[in-house]
Design a protein around this ligand. Sequence first.
Ligand code: G3H
Length: 256
Amino acid sequence: ELVKELAGTAELEAGLQAKLGIRQAVVLPGDSDRLTSVKNAIGRQAARIAEEKFESCRTIAVTGGSTMAAVAAEIRAAKKNPAMQFIAARGGLGEEMLHQANTIASSFADKTGGTVRTLYLPEHMSAEALEMMMKEPIIKEMMELYDQTDLVIHGIGDAEEMAIRRRSSVTEVEKIKTGGAVSEAFGYYFDKLGKIVYRIPTAGIQLEQVQKAPGIMAVAGGRTKARAIESYFQAAPERTILITDEGAARAILNPT
Ligand code: G3H
């Protein structure tokens, strides 16, 4: 117990890699639940890792959320690169504007001199409307881009919190609850074993497309996200790089 409490971030990183079955975890000191500066530090660290990857990337898909906004805020580019293309991983408008994937993709493009492809769709569509929408050339084009994604950078949310934040309908909340959803990422809800229990009916990147992308980065921190991170990593590929904080790491490694 004491040893765990005293463990430095390097030990926490090794512990997370082993427990979550991934090759690289980066742990920032502190807990972003308590201090915004810790979320900013996650953003800064993720930005540095992303910038290194940009050199070998053309198409980069990004999601929304406050942690992703922190990454976007920290992105800088020594040299502008118009060959880079940023795409919003989801078209949904469920969250406040600054935290939407579209806004974040635009901000990445702004900072790097790259281009952006956005997709503005209602967060909640009927199955019929979605089916029709998927036939639209503009959506098809977006789907092709998702297929060619070199790097995905995404947040991870707590299932219940995300359902509330996105003002999900009673039926949706029901599906999320009865399915035992614990985490949410790019519009998918996962249970504690990483099984998909629900997906928001809107156009966006498919789990298979995320899973085949050569580069994947996940940004999420805070003690309250520990269960969500564990749940999502049951579905995440081994090469996913997690950038998190001590609050989440300790709660994952030493559950109470
Ligand atoms: O899908 C996950 C959420 O977008 C995460 O949002 O970083 O504000 O907690 P957050």
